[in-house]
Design a protein around this ligand. Structure first.
Ligand code: SF4
Length: 348
């Protein structure tokens, strides 16, 4: 059985043509899955019964089993899903009040089971790389949550490095932004990467309006290599050039994510080096992230957050301090990892 959500609209159209079915069946399927949120083909009553049966024998629409939900329904919730092969992934729903008194829902989706980058502060990195998620598995995180809550923004900031699974992430974005289906605006989608340079160029050229966030965590090569060992093949100057290319070509602002860790990357010299690097980028904003301690890493939260923030601000850099929502349920940035996973390390 195959996941029908792995097919783009064009692929679905081709499939129906090959089955001697009219092309508009693809429109019916897209509407049923992504707008009406049907879970089984038998619910799509606009299709002939024989076709519904044929599709049911070949494909499935939903494949997740929810294992658990943690958190507060009015703030941040973490969902643990079991995939068809019993692997576990996490998805986080973050609710924020807008100025108009409404909720804005952001979904933090996973793109891989585990991650190969091995960032020292990250629980997912501790798991190592298990496998990529398919486009359908990425999309299903959205569909599952949208059975109950409308999502306004998606961030690829859950488990895994999205640009290391570029083709499936790209396909998932193409499907969820397709105007014949879910039609989520690409400007509402953020791809957060640890900095895979060639894929930043690819994303810029192929998914232009998607927004980009890059985890830098240090403007010094050696410190960055220490914190993010899987990225040490990339020079910071080359990464900056790729980021510049993105901002110039798209006109979008890039967000630089910077986790502040006590006595490691929170000094005055770190701030100054960061300013030096960012001067070369036209549209840039820095998110300073409060570090949430994790049991496996010997790091502490910085006490110099305001000082660091002030140095960047005085240099004219658009900067915010983010206290990652959800740290109380291990759902903050760098803390996602399936603690109940059979493949997980015991020392998490
Ligand atoms: S921080 Fe991101 S890139 Fe680094 S190990 Fe964790 S999931 Fe992978």
């Amino acid at each position: 059985m195959k996941d029908i959500k792995n097919l783009t609209f064009e692929e679905l159209k081709t499939y129906f043509i090959l089955q001697d079915e009219p092309e508009y069946r693809a429109n019916e399927i897209f509407r049923a899955i992504y707008i009406n949120k049907v879970k089984e083909f038998k619910e799509i009553t606009t299709l002939p019964k024989s076709l519904r049966e044929k599709l049911s024998n070949e494909f499935y629409i939903r494949g997740f089993k929810k294992v658990s939900t943690l958190g507060d329904t009015n703030k941040t919730q973490k969902f643990l899903f079991e995939l068809k092969d019993k692997r576990l992934i996490e998805t986080v729903l973050i609710k924020e009040n807008t100025k108009k008194g409404k909720f804005r829902n952001t979904l933090c989706v996973s793109s891989q089971v585990g991650c190969a980058m091995g960032c020292k502060f990250c629980a997912t990195g501790k798991m190592g790389f298990i496998r990529n998620l398919s486009a359908g598995e990425i999309i299903e995180q959205l569909l599952y949550i949208e059975d109950a809550e409308k999502i306004q923004n998606i961030v690829f900031m859950g488990m895994g490095e999205p640009l290391a699974n570029y083709e499936n992430v790209k396909k998932a974005i193409e499907i969820i932004s397709d105007p014949r289906g879910r039609a989520l605006g690409r400007r509402k989608i953020v791809v957060s990467t640890s900095g895979i340079i060639d894929k930043i160029y690819k994303l810029t050229n192929e998914l232009k309006s998607v927004r980009l966030a890059v985890s830098l965590h240090s403007a010094f090569q050696e410190k960055r290599n220490f914190l993010m060992p899987g990225l040490k093949i990339y020079k910071i100057e080359d990464l900056m050039q790729a980021i510049s290319y993105y901002t110039q070509k798209t006109g979008n602002t890039v967000t630089i994510e910077y986790l502040l860790i006590k006595d490691l990357n929170d000094g005055e010299e770190d701030a100054k080096q960061l300013i030096k690097l960012l001067r070369k980028i036209k549209f840039v904003k820095v998110n300073l992230i409060h570090y949430n301690p994790v049991p496996f890493a010997d790091f502490e939260s910085s006490k110099k957050e305001k000082l660091f923030f002030g140095i960047l601000k005085r240099a004219g850099i658009n900067t915010t301090i983010r206290f990652s929502k959800g740290s109380e349920i291990s759902a903050a940035c760098g803390q996602l990892a399936t603690k109940e996973s059979p493949i997980n390390l015991n020392n998490l």
